[in-house]
Design a protein around this ligand. Structure first.
Ligand SMILES: C[S@@+](CC[C@H](N)C(=O)[O-])C[C@H]1O[C@@H](n2cnc3c(N)ncnc32)[C@H](O)[C@@H]1O
Length: 181
């Protein structure tokens, strides 16, 4: 979490208004208090927990129908959210709509090719089994026409050990970063 938050901070520093789609309990709002982040989530319990945690604004809303005007954010991120959505394409369309031209998109998705993912996936009842889209290449293809993109693997996990790596066998996350065209 600390490494993910540090990476997000690097990407989002200097942005005026940031949207966190699928904010959960507000982990990143808590870890990045210097950033102006609004969180949205469809789960009322998550929103309640997030509001108890920080004073950021949180909205109960769906990624595919965001209650914001066109071009109202200069950055937007999804952390372990997009790959779990039934209709990730609608969520990307909404991200495009609410981002300003040259707004920044950051997607941190679980890397299904990693050992870390495979170990967790194999456990009965694992949350990872709810992942709807394991073909992250397809996701990149959908995002690419609307953004200037960069992708990389991130955050090695091997048992208890956390380390820097871009080796997709060990990297727990796949990062998609884009600037809206
Ligand atoms: C794995 S959690 C990640 C939470 C947070 N981003 C983090 O990394 O701590 C995925 C979150 O996405 C939310 N979610 C699921 N479907 C959603 C949707 N259609 N629109 C917005 N949020 C959604 C879930 O309620 C959950 O809080």
């Amino acid at each position: 979490m600390t490494k993910e938050a540090d990476d997000l901070r690097k990407e989002l520093v200097g942005k005026r208004k940031i949207l966190d789609v699928g904010c959960g309990i507000g982990t990143f709002e808590q870890r990045l208090p210097e950033l102006n982040i609004i969180g949205v989530d469809t789960d009322e319990e998550m929103i309640k927990a997030a509001r108890a945690r920080t004073t950021n604004t949180y909205c109960l809303a769906d990624a595919k129908q965001l209650p914001f005007l066109n071009a109202s954010f200069d950055a937007l991120f999804f952390v372990t959210c997009l790959e779990f959505l039934e209709d990730y394409k609608a969520a990307i369309d909404e991200a495009v709509r609410v981002l300003e031209p040259e707004g920044k998109l950051v997607v941190m998705a679980l890397n299904p090719e990693s050992e870390y993912f495979k170990i967790h996936y194999s456990k009965e009842g694992s949350y990872f089994r709810r992942m709807k889209h394991k073909n992250l290449g397809e996701m990149v293809d959908y995002i690419e026409p609307r953004f200037n993109l960069q992708t990389h693997y991130f955050l090695g996990v091997d048992g208890e050990k956390i380390f820097d790596t871009e080796d997709k066998e060990y990297a727990s996350l796949f990062i998609i970063k884009g600037i809206k065209k």
